[in-house]
Design a protein around this ligand. Structure first.
Ligand SMILES: [Fe+2]
Length: 374
């Protein structure tokens, strides 16, 4: 929860009530602080309005006073402010996640797999409740990494040491999280590094883990290309079909999405896809308008796509959840993830701004490769 503080007071009133400061000058008189949230003891996130426009920025605290309540002081636009925080800096979900990670670590060292598993799932629950605004970016990142490290350590503990010890009925390799071919921050400023990291390392990784888990009962499905697996869902036993549809779809969609984007990309389409877009939409702008409208209009979570339809023409479509056009016999060549997890940190609820930004990172070479692929 945000520590919303003194939301209706003007800068002058705040200063007058708490910090003895000289007269506010013309540049700061029209600044209105709307809320102050604690990130950690040295940084606060301040939302403010200036000349009718809203801003949000992280500022260093100049002083932290604790007696009963926590009071932070900071400077904004050359003026000093003081705010009382409703809750202290230490976040309960953060501390609980850390405590459970410690227990998991100890259990792994002692070879107690079940205890480690339980502690890790508790840590994951508290981590999922933790909002990125409640701790510093560094703390969030470190916690995320620690969970991944311990999960790997636990997996290693559970994996037989030699291939001969593996289940002989497994006909192929389990599905794996593909590595990104660029750094998390490579798509900035259009897609921010933290979104990329959480999206790839946690969301996509979870789809892969859950897909493998579902297929453990029917290991004959391991080893198929993921597109093949999800294109024929009727072949999947009914008791795991929904899990394969959601998690297999999630794995296929995200694997494609990471390649559809690239640093130093975007701009106008090139090659065969440029010709096909002009042929089937009239112009790139008309295609972009239609694609953006469909992506914006997808209710709830889902994806927007550019596909080759059964007549060989390009068409814009969208799917709910983690469904993929392959499931309907179409050939997807471009996609955008419009789940909130894909844009919320940077764009909050402004999906349209995220869609606009996405066009600055579209990797038209990959779109052409998919178009030309048999
Ligand atoms: Fe996603």
């Amino acid at each position: 929860m945000k520590n919303k503080v003194i939301s209706t007071l003007t800068a002058a009133a705040l200063i007058a009530s708490v910090v003895p400061v000289a007269v506010a000058n013309a540049a700061t008189a029209d600044v209105k602080v709307n809320s102050v949230s604690a990130l950690d003891s040295s940084t606060v996130k301040v939302s403010y309005t200036k000349k009718g426009k809203k801003y949000s920025t992280n500022v260093k605290t100049t002083k932290v006073i604790k007696h009963g309540a926590t009071i932070v002081q900071f400077k904004l636009q050359g003026q000093s402010y003081s705010s009382k925080l409703k809750t202290p800096f230490v976040n309960k979900n953060y501390i609980s996640a850390l405590n459970h990670l410690e227990q998991a670590d100890l259990a792994i060292v002692n070879g107690k797999k079940e205890d480690a598993n339980q502690a890790l799932s508790h840590a994951n629950v508290f981590f999922s409740r933790l909002k990125t605004t409640e701790v510093s970016e560094a703390q969030y990142h470190a916690l995320n990494q620690r969970i991944a490290q311990l999960q790997n350590a636990l997996t290693a503990l559970e994996t037989p040491l030699t291939p001969s010890a593996q289940d002989p009925t497994v006909s192929g390799q389990k599905y794996e999280l593909p590595a990104l071919s660029y750094a998390f921050n490579a798509l900035e400023p259009h897609i921010d590094a933290l979104t990329m990291e959480i999206h790839h390392d946690r969301h996509h990784a979870t789809y892969v883990t859950n897909l493998n888990h579902a297929l453990e009962k029917y290991p004959q499905f391991f080893g198929q290309p993921i597109e093949q697996l999800i294109s024929n869902l009727n072949a999947i036993p009914e008791d795991i079909r929904t899990a394969v549809r959601n998690n297999g779809g999630g794995h296929a969609n995200h694997s494609m999405f990471w390649k559809i984007m690239a640093p130093n990309a975007g701009g106008n389409p090139t090659g065969a896809v440029a010709i096909a877009i002009n042929r089937d939409f009239g112009s790139f702008q008309k295609f972009k308008d239609e694609f953006s409208a469909v992506a914006s209009g997808r209710f709830g979570s889902g994806w927007a796509w550019l596909v080759v339809n059964k007549e060989g023409k390009l068409e814009v479509t969208s799917t709910a959840n983690q469904d993929n056009p392959i499931m309907d016999g179409l050939k997807p060549i471009l996609c955008i993830d419009v789940w909130e997890h894909a844009y919320y940190l940077n764009y909050q609820n402004k999906r349209a701004s995220y869609i606009d930004a996405f066009f600055n990172v579209v990797n038209w070479d990959e779109v052409n490769r998919l178009l030309n692929e048999e």
